[in-house]
Design a protein around this ligand. Structure first.
Ligand code: CS2
Length: 491
């Protein structure tokens, strides 16, 4: 099997699509912070398409690893050894998989090796966009939307000469650019958050303000933070997946990725230092991303939580499998149609019911084995983003909150780390504090509603909701999720 690198590109099996442009001519104009699988299946693919268009060679990507952890370092080494190349396997539901080599990442920097060098890299005037995927919990804003300066991770970072956080790297790079006259870059967040550009602006300015108020003013005046809606289901790649993907492609790739064939990117057109012609390769530019974000977060991502948390407890591990469970599908259809949709307005060109039906088809796709544990992970950060608005809206309009109470009860039970059949699984909740964990573990089921995850939702003050939550959580403890769910959808 050929290993993947520039020298072997022309010798790969003929079915594999390779970059249709001269990579030697490509220069980085975008730096992406925190290069996860999603970035490599989504933004990097759009840029790969852009680079194949005339006159766009200045929009390559320099990937920047931020986390000081061995897996990140291994990824950096793998991508460097492969000249930034990797295979992406796109899996349509009813056609053969398509394997392409993505060529848009032309350089890779692992910031923990030399953070000052990473800052200088961002300060290069050729870099005109700094994009990032740091997860829902990575912006350190509280339930009221304020940046958490007092958070230990932030306070510690602010005190460092050379900061470690994305906020620090970007702020210090902007300082160099202001001083050298290189000017600002756009900060482009690609995380699943409503008003993600505003959240990013609050976080970056919050950090900069505490570091250097004059610099913060300059950033506020010159840097733009467009809002974006990003969408492509990208499972985690475990060792067995990597082996399977390489066996199928016939390429020895140390960092393969796989995903569904659906892809969408809606972006606010507010770039302070220019941008690639992404509108020519399927990106939708608009003045108002909010309606798209709302629909995607409250329908797709919330449905995912609705599958992940009950699903793991029921003993399911794969999305395609749980979609064969009639009770689960009924739950999802009702959540979408009765809970989420009535509170949403369709953005131009979109029909909510159709969007919901498409989601079910995407989830059913048997060709990608997306993991319920991936979806359930970090629910403490995700639920406030995906479900809070629907929960508040449902209570405000006095509608049936059963499905929401069931989901939140499943979250509290999921934290016990053992499914209804007794099988243990790993609870990955990097943003959940010890106090919250203790509340979820108390004998009184309703105490879980006091977790900081639900702060500001108004759940504990609503007696009817507390009673509903208590009843469902007790049922889950007594009879298990399957029987409780059956009671909900049959009732
Ligand atoms: C998922 C998302 O992490 C999650 O909970 O809902 O990663 C989802 O797969 C993507 O947002 C799809 O675009």
């Amino acid at each position: 099997m050929p290993v993947l690198e520039t020298a072997t590109l022309e010798r790969l099996p003929p079915a594999i699509i390779i970059p249709a442009y001269d990579r030697k001519a490509v220069r980085p104009g975008i730096a992406h912070l925190s290069v996860g699988n999603f970035h490599r299946a989504h933004q990097a693919v759009y840029l790969d398409r852009v680079l194949a268009r005339p006159g766009q060679a200045e929009w390559g990507i320099v990937g920047i690893g931020v986390m000081d952890d061995p897996r990140e370092r291994a990824k950096a080494e793998a991508l460097r050894a492969q000249d930034g190349l990797y295979t992406l396997t796109e899996c349509p539901a009813d056609a053969p998989d398509v394997v392409r080599v993505v060529g848009s990442i032309v350089e890779y920097v692992h910031a923990p090796d030399d953070r000052m060098a990473a800052i200088r890299r961002l300060a290069d005037p050729a870099i005109r966009i700094v994009s990032l995927t740091v997860t829902e919990g990575g912006y350190y804003t509280d339930e009221a939307g304020r940046f958490q300066l007092e958070h230990p991770a932030i306070a510690e970072d602010l005190a460092r000469d050379v900061p470690h956080s994305v906020f620090g790297l970007v702020t210090e790079a902007l300082r160099l650019r202001r001083d050298s006259g290189a000017g600002p870059f756009t900060v482009l967040t690609c995380d699943n958050l409503p008003h993600n550009g505003h959240v990013a602006r609050t976080a970056f300015l919050g950090w900069a303000q505490a570091r250097d108020a004059g610099l913060a003013d300059w950033i506020a005046a010159h840097v733009t933070f467009p809002c974006t809606m990003v969408d492509r289901i990208t499972p985690a790649v475990r060792e067995a997946d990597a082996a399977r993907l390489n066996a199928a492609s016939g390429v020895e790739d140390r960092a393969p990725v796989f995903c569904e064939d659906f892809i969408q990117w809606v972006v606010e057109d507010s770039f302070c230092a220019g941008r690639p012609r992404l509108e020519e390769v399927g990106v939708l530019f608009t003045d108002d991303v909010a309606p798209y974000e709302r629909v995607k977060l409250r329908m797709l991502n919330a449905s995912h939580s609705m599958l992940g948390l009950p699903g793991v407890l029921m003993g399911y591990r794969i999305v395609g499998e749980i979609m064969r469970d009639a009770d689960v599908v009924a739950l999802l259809e009702r959540y979408l149609g009765l809970d989420a949709e009535p509170l949403l307005q369709a953005p131009p060109g979109m029909e909510l019911h159709e969007y919901g039906a498409l989601l079910l088809r995407r989830f059913r796709n048997p060709a990608i084995s997306d993991q319920l544990l991936r979806i359930a992970s970090d629910s403490a950060s995700k639920l406030p983003v995906f479900v809070r608005d629907t929960a508040e809206g449902t209570l405000a309009r006095g509608a049936d909150a059963t499905r929401i109470a069931f989901l939140l009860a499943c979250f509290a039970e999921y934290l016990r780390g053992r499914d209804d059949g007794g099988a243990a699984y790993e609870v990955v909740e990097p943003h959940l504090g010890a106090e919250d964990r203790a509340l979820a573990a108390e004998a009184d089921p309703a105490r879980a509603l006091d977790m900081s995850v639900f702060a500001g939702w108004g759940l504990g003050e609503n007696a009817a909701f507390v009673a509903l939550f208590t009843r469902l959580r007790t049922a889950i403890r007594d009879q298990g999720v399957r029987a409780t769910l059956h009671g909900i959808v049959a009732g």
